[in-house]
Design a protein around this ligand. Structure first.
Ligand code: SF4
Length: 324
């Protein structure tokens, strides 16, 4: 007899945890819980996933993409195409020196691409979350003749963003594959109440000033959130600064910043690419995050305001809405 399967995607955030609790409460059959690991999460997220596994007596499958093949191909491109284009030998050697897989998905993806994702080119969600779950979890199930339908549980809520307000609770998004969004009409408070009902702690990051859980920081993070991150977790900012060095070295133009020009006001017009990227370095953007409106005076009150999260149709990147 063909079976239905339920795949619950968790991020370590409050919404997907409530989603998981709901799936358990409803006794979802053939349930698997998956976490798309970007390698760009705060250590607290991994600790929280361990806590959930122990508390709920289940296994959370850590799904990771491997970009070794793409990086090997990029090395060939650097040695052939770049040389044919007249790129300087120094730049070629710089790139080859760092173009080796690290096993950290976010970093390897950016080194392969020679740049960081941006609002306009948000390849991070696709490459780090959507595709790995499709390829490693959903496709094998859908190709199995014993599978009837697959339900992809998504912890998105209408009040997070205008895009999410338009979503429907259930829709077929592929042959035999359904998106199921049972907490679409929940408010943030309902989500926290549901944790309490089940005696499950929410991620402690919410009590440390974070309004969202996920990549730290997200390319979309708001000024005040970046300020909070830099104050509480300066080591995460230093990590990204090191990634900027590596990704810059892997890039043909020898410059790439984590945040794009739209993050911080002030023109980069007239600057060379490398100069513009240096100006947009995460340490400079963090410094700007400490200033008040307009970027001129320092803001002494670290307010946390809601921001927009990743608009992944899979709901895998948690929105900034809500709080406790
Ligand atoms: S949380 Fe942000 S940085 Fe991370 S994958 Fe989603 S959009 Fe990209």
């Amino acid at each position: 007899m063909a079976l239905d399967h339920n795949i619950v995607s968790v991020s370590g955030g409050k919404d997907s945890t409530a989603l998981l609790l709901l799936a358990i409460e409803r006794g979802a059959e053939n349930m698997r819980t998956v976490f798309a690991d970007t390698g760009h999460e705060h250590p607290e997220v991994y600790r929280y996933l361990d806590y959930l596994e122990a508390r709920l007596q289940l296994t959370i499958e850590r799904i990771k993409p491997d970009f070794s093949r793409q990086i090997a191909r990029q090395r060939e491109v650097v040695q052939t195409k770049w040389r044919a284009e007249g790129v300087s030998e120094q730049v070629i050697q710089n790139a080859l020196a760092v173009l080796h897989p690290t096993g950290i998905p976010f970093l390897d993806l950016c080194m392969w691409k020679g740049r960081f994702p941006s609002m306009k080119a948000r390849f991070c969600t696709t490459e780090l979350k959507k595709k790995p779950i499709e390829e490693q979890v959903l496709a094998p199930l859908l190709n199995d003749p014993d599978t009837q339908d697959v339900y992809s549980w998504q912890g998105v809520r209408r009040d997070e963003s205008p895009d999410r307000a338009l979503l429907v609770e259930q829709e077929e998004i592929g042959d035999g594959l359904f998106a199921y969004r049972p907490i679409l009409d929940w408010a943030a408070q309902d989500v926290f109440d549901f944790h309490r009902k089940h005696g499950v702690k929410w991620n402690p990051l919410y009590e440390q000033g974070m309004s969202r859980v996920g990549c730290m920081p997200c390319i979309n993070c708001r000024k005040n959130e970046l300020q909070a991150i830099s104050k509480r977790y300066p080591e995460e900012v230093d990590r990204v600064a090191e990634w900027e060095r590596l990704v810059s070295q892997a890039s043909k133009r020898q410059g790439s910043s984590f945040f794009g020009p739209s993050k911080m006001p002030g023109s980069v017009k007239g600057l060379s690419h490398a100069e513009a990227q240096a100006r947009l370095s995460i340490h400079n953007v963090v410094e700007w995050s400490m200033t008040g409106k307009g970027g001129r005076t320092f803001d002494l009150i670290a307010m946390l305001d809601p921001g927009e999260g990743c608009a992944s149709a899979y709901g895998l990147c948690e929105s900034a809405a809500g709080g406790n």
